[in-house]
Ligand binder design. Structure first.
Ligand SMILES: NC(=O)c1ccc[n+]([C@@H]2O[C@H](COP(=O)([O-])OP(=O)(O)OC[C@H]3O[C@@H](n4cnc5c(N)ncnc54)[C@H](O)[C@@H]3O)[C@@H](O)[C@H]2O)c1
Length: 394
């Protein structure tokens, strides 16, 4: 039996890294937090101290617990300190070259049994793992922002990741109080970003081609579909530069189905990157955009819901994740009231297929072509909840 994870290294002390380090320390682990300068580490430690004191002020944790958590974190700029770690979580910027350098270094300095994980949102775990001498001990551990709060962790199995590594990473995620979902194949977008990516793609083209206005789509998303925010609002939140990168990766991976829409390019060229620059699709200078509720009826939400169902069905068909994990991921990672496959069973799979076929025949866009899994279920009579069986058995 391998040793329980007691000591971790979090590499990169930025937006994600400092939060992950805090989370690990609060779970009683000894934590090294690594970055390239003392100034960055000081800032990260300051953010952690502030967050822990807020939690103590609100009575969510004891003051002593906050102090003990802080004392368990050791900031360092030296990888050579990581001689006793059981597991590392890398959270450096999203550049393959940099990730490879970091993994090479971790492979050199950490004990040979240590597990090495990456918080990458979009890069290949398999490719990263190949730079090490222990590809069986490399996995993805994809947290959501802010990691202290968001309940989901996507655990990604690369081509060489062993079952034992996956088991230990899932166990650690649970020990951190998270709900892990297994991504069985190292495919682009994993679960949440892939389904959200399909939705962004669909609504971006709708607006780009003049089929709808962004405010109508966002009102429908918020007030009819009860998503936590409008899709264009969410795009601004993520940052249009970051999103453009993700959309390109998805387009390269999934071809015409998720064909890149140029609608964001002009905004990016103007420096309007979303909330962080004060303007993107919306003007954020006076706070959150006002999206009039009455516009919700101008857009048919079933259009984007069937696209979400379709991409979720592709994930199941590609054997990337189990049905239940797809739904859990969308509920915990994207704040959806229901998972897309639960929704498919509720709407009726035959209705979903008919809607997709209608849109495909009208527009000829690949995104509407029904996934073979959906058609197969219809053929078998697995039509959803009313029929007693669909994606789930009732
Ligand atoms: N920001 C998000 O919402 C989010 C969500 C999920 C996953 N991610 C992923 O998490 C990773 C980190 O993203 P972020 O937003 O925290 O980035 P960030 O830019 O806020 O932080 C990255 C940190 O890594 C440090 N760094 C750079 N080179 C280093 C090196 N050689 N060794 C150690 N530290 C180094 C930087 O100084 C910086 O402090 C990326 O892979 C990103 O895709 C981000």
């Amino acid at each position: 039996m391998s040793k329980k994870v007691e000591t971790v290294a979090v590499v990169g002390a930025g937006i994600m890294g400092h939060g992950i380090a805090q989370l690990c320390a609060m779970a009683g682990l000894k934590v090294y937090i690594v970055d390239i300068s003392d100034e960055i580490l000081d800032k990260a430690m300051e953010r952690i101290r502030w967050s822990l004191s807020k939690l103590a002020e609100k009575g969510k944790i004891e003051k002593e617990e906050a102090e003990a958590s802080l004392s368990r974190i050791k900031p360092t700029t030296s990888y050579e300190d990581l001689i006793d770690v059981d597991l590392a979580i890398e959270a450096v910027p999203e550049k393959m070259k940099l990730k490879k350098l970091v993994f090479q270094k971790l492979d050199e300095v950490t004990p040979k049994e240590a597990i090495l994980t990456s918080n990458t949102s979009s890069l290949s775990i398999t490719e990263i793992s190949k730079i090490t001498r222990r590809p069986d001990k490399v996995a993805g551990m994809h947290f959501f922002n802010p990691p202290q709060i968001m309940a989901l962790v996507e655990v990604i199995k690369g081509d060489y990741t062993s079952e034992e590594t996956i088991r230990r990473v899932m166990e650690l995620a649970k020990a951190l109080g998270k709900t892990p979902v297994l991504v069985k194949k190292d495919s682009r977008g994993f679960i949440v970003n892939r389904i959200l990516g399909a939705l962004f793609n669909k609504v971006f083209w709708d607006v780009h081609l003049g089929r709808a206005k962004k405010e109508e789509i966002d009102a429908a998303a918020k007030y009819s579909a009860r998503l936590p925010m409008g899709l264009f609002e969410l795009a601004d939140y993520i940052g249009l530069d970051v999103l453009a990168e993700i959309m390109r990766i998805l387009s390269d991976a999934y071809g015409d189905r998720l064909k890149y829409c140029p609608i964001i390019d002009e905004l990016i060229a103007q420096g309007n990157l979303g909330r962080k620059t004060g303007r993107g699709f919306y003007d954020w200078s006076a706070g959150r955009p006002n999206i009039p509720k009455e516009l919700a009826k101008e857009y048919d939400t079933s259009e984007f819901l069937v696209v979400a169902v379709n991409e979720a069905a592709w994930i199941v068909m590609d054997e990337v994740a189990e049905t239940k994990d797809v739904d859990t991921a969308m509920k915990l990672g994207a704040g959806w009231p229901k998972g897309p496959l639960e929704l498919a069973d509720e709407l009726g799979i035959e209705e979903v297929v008919s809607k997709l076929e209608l849109l495909f025949s009208e527009r000829g866009e690949e995104i509407y072509k029904p996934c073979p899994v959906l058609k197969d279920y219809v053929k078998r009579g697995w039509l959803g909840r009313e029929a007693g069986r669909g994606f789930y058995v009732y």
